[in-house]
Design a protein around this ligand. Structure first.
Ligand code: FMN
Length: 281
């Protein structure tokens, strides 16, 4: 097999939640995948992550039980979020849990006085999470490069799930599972997924107001489009058979080069209303 091109790997990294049952993978492949995580960037090179690879079916099943309970809590308490059932975890060849170790935050830039404490605390939290995110992303790319597939489970970071996972896997519960990556052989080809047109998110030399997405557009995505954008095997909404029905008046906002074509340069200001605290906007 020839080496895949980097761009191919980027595009092959789709979140797939259906795996072929009864497959196995060599530990060497899992080691290569974890090595991708090890080479991720981290602030001050603290490498504030550890990787637990579960490839023993008995331990895997106990981890799955934790996520089945987590999924049920999501159904019961997370307002209509379109999550899929986690029973597919039974067909993983391995599950990688990426732990974040918060003690390393002391190595990030620290304030010289009390008045700078809040600024640096927030900054360090972002730096910490970004460093772990980079490791998780590298692992996902490593998975794709091996011809396997995965999805990024974020639920593991919440308190109940994390306490239960820590009990099963024996890590200190003040470390957190920021990313859980179930790995398997894809049961179906899933090569495409909705992405905004490149022109919509690319701004040359400054933010272009024509590309600003209004609060109403965010609301429409949340109320109507989200499950389709998350799970359909289509890169563009232009190819959706039910495009007119699903998009209605929002068609151009999601498919054209600019969601806000009438907005002229220099007319930002008041128009960019800040989000409300505690809600999406
Ligand atoms: C921080 C983060 C958390 C995510 N959490 C979950 C999750 O809990 N369960 C899941 O099935 N997918 C999860 N995903 C995957 C996204 O749903 C997925 O990346 C998105 O729908 C786009 O699909 P794609 O990855 O195939 O491009 C998460 C992705 C990210 C970056």
């Amino acid at each position: 097999m020839s080496e895949p091109l980097f761009q191919d790997v980027i595009r092959k990294r789709r979140s797939v939640r259906k795996f072929e049952p009864g497959r196995q993978v060599a530990r060497e492949a899992l080691e290569r995948i974890v090595d991708c995580g090890r080479w991720a960037p981290s602030c001050a090179n603290v490498q504030c992550f550890d990787f637990i690879v579960v490839d023993d079916p008995e331990v895997r099943d106990r981890v799955m039980e934790v996520f089945l309970r987590q999924a049920q809590r999501l159904v019961d308490h997370a307002k209509g979020f379109p999550a899929v059932k986690k029973t597919y975890l039974a067909n993983t060849v391995a599950i990688i849990i990426v732990l974040g170790d918060p003690r390393w935050k002391v190595c990030f830039p620290q304030p010289t006085s009390k008045s700078w404490e809040a600024e640096y605390r927030d900054n360090n939290e972002m730096i910490f999470l970004n460093s772990i995110g980079a490791a998780i992303q590298n692992i996902q790319l490593g998975v794709a490069a091996e011809g396997l597939t995965s999805a990024w489970l974020s639920g593991g970071g919440e308190d109940v799930t994390n306490t239960e996972l820590a009990e099963v896997l024996g890590y200190p519960a003040w470390m957190k599972a920021y990313g859980t990556i179930p790995i398997g052989y894809p049961a179906s080809t899933q090569n495409r997924r909705y992405r905004r047109p490149l022109e919509q998110c690319l701004h040359w030399n400054g933010y272009q107001p024509k590309k600003y997405r209004t609060h109403a557009q965010v609301d429409f995505y949340e109320s109507t489009l989200r499950p389709f954008a998350m799970y359909r095997d289509e890169e563009s909404m232009e190819t959706w058979e039910d495009r007119a029905e699903k998009l209605g008046d929002w068609d151009a906002a999601f498919t054209a080069a600019a969601p806000n074509p009438r907005r002229r340069p220099g007319t930002g200001g008041r128009f960019f209303r800040a989000p409300h605290h505690g809600s999406g906007h």
